[in-house]
Design a protein around this ligand. Sequence first.
Ligand code: BF8
Length: 649
Amino acid sequence: MAKEPKKVEDLVSDPASIEIIQKSQKDCVETCFTRADSQSVSCKFGTQGICCKICHMGPCKITPNGQRGVCGADADTIVARNFLREVAAGTAAHSDHGRHLVLRFKKVAEGKEKDFKITDEKALYRIAKEYGLETEGKAVNALALELADLFISEFTSQEEDLKTLELAPEKTRAVWSKYNIAPQGVDRMVVESMHRTHMGVDHDYRNLLDMAFKTSLADGWGGARIATEVSDIMFGTPEPLRSSANLGVLEEKKVNIIVHGHEPALSEMLAAAIHDPEIREYAAKAGAEGVNLAGLCCTANEILMRRGVQVAGNFLQQELAIITGAVEMMVVDVQCVMPSLPNVAKSYHTEVVSTTDIAKTIGATHIAFDEDHAYNSAKDLIKRAVDNFKNRDPQKVQIPKFKEPLIAGFSVEAIKYMLGGTFRGSFRPLNDAIISGRIKGVVGIVGCNNIKTKTDSYINALTKELIKRDVLILQTGCAAQASAKAGKLTPETALAEAGPGLREICETVGIPPVLHMGSCVDNSRILEAATQIVYEGGLGDSLAQVPAVGVAPEWMSEKAVAIGCYFVASGVDVILGQPFNIGGSENVTKYLGEEAVKRFGGGFHYIPDPMAAVEKIMEIIDAAREALGINKKTERKLLDMKDRRNLNV
Ligand code: BF8
């Protein structure tokens, strides 16, 4: 019997998405929501990870009557190999993004780039110093060149461990050495993962899963962190700023351009070029009141964090943005871009433009980003979008009224500054707040939307309940955009919804209880923040001791698998709202769960219900607080002005 289609209100949480899905039905446009219905039940061999198509004697599957594939591989081997391949793909995605930025950074240092520059020299000197480079008396470009070469060697090193690992607490590094999971060069880790999962190589599920942890560390502490650091140096370290989120950021009288994907270089240029007087004039001539740039997914996060560019939506809103009928151009690059976009665009006037030669889509216009003339090529794209304005059909335009204000831009540097000011910027006040129990712990809520969950619902329920229980939330990726759309990224939320301890800190410092730290590669900022907490003192000497938990409530991508693994290998428990495809092997499930907790101090927990996740998170935080000896009852009193001045935050 055919499945009853779900009600729109059961598919998505925010009113703008509800409105536009209803429009898609009226316009007879197929979206991921309709395709999900036609997908019916997922293949059980796939979801359990026991389908092996690594060689061509198969595909083989594990069944009660066939406990081994043709070659003899059992469920443990097959599940672990599939898992490692996912981690390798996720690591490759983040890291290739990082590599592209480093190669550009090197050209900037060599003076070969005219449109890109080093925007944040302070960040350059700080980061170079962290990596052990001599910075005294060095000229900006000379130092940048040295750092670029060091970063490139993080990709290519063959036998040396990643330099970045030295930035982790010593005790955490000792665990990596003990279990032989300290990674060498990022490229080598990905290649070795592919080799070891080839037919007839590595068959021990434990060895394969250790390689998954090792490879993921090359992502979080290597490729992804480098992507964040180079972006900060070239485009500026984020500082708190105001913006808004949801489809209501589109403007009826302006040319709307949406940037979607991940790498920030082109979107930075577009963000600069829309203010060019020539562009303004060009738009006016076309009868538009200007050009409005908005973002989707992680490109949105990148230019939101640094420039305050508004967010049109998160992952499952990419087709919906086009269905508003008000988008002249959607500029895409890599990752999380649905191949369906040109098909959706056919029903409207939107032009989908792919901009990188490694990511093309049938039906999209391909205009490779001309790096040597970056600013002019950004201007040309904008003009092309303006030219398309006349093709907009007013009958098809429906821009939802919904958008929410937000504050984003919480880099680790910015948090330090907020906590302590220019002269005594440090994590001390945060550590003290955790030690005193005003803040119980810190939870990173990260990752995607997944069609299997009502969009944003798990993220929103979890966030709401945790702040009520005095937990400070750090967010990235589409999860941060979910909170933005729900209005949770404003300090006012703290007053209204946070528990008394968290509220007191947020009011004093002037931060929201939910801090937007950036895109998915910026999960490295969360690791950095946890490291700062350790270095600040009083909360243990390894990441595993900090009362902190990671959650990927609605994850869907291989990158999220890699992220989860590097959090776990760094000692942080990770709650998954969606399961891994590993249910076909009890041994693999145990190794990633209980066994990882024993070895690293953190493991994976699959908890489909957000309220059950809250209980587990509080249990983990309480246990960490107990082990640190700080789990005493907090004395609560209302503060007068004198108390406030004396407050150590
Ligand atoms: O890297 S959170 S859907 S956009 S994978 Fe993709 Fe997931 Fe969004 Fe950014 Ni991250």
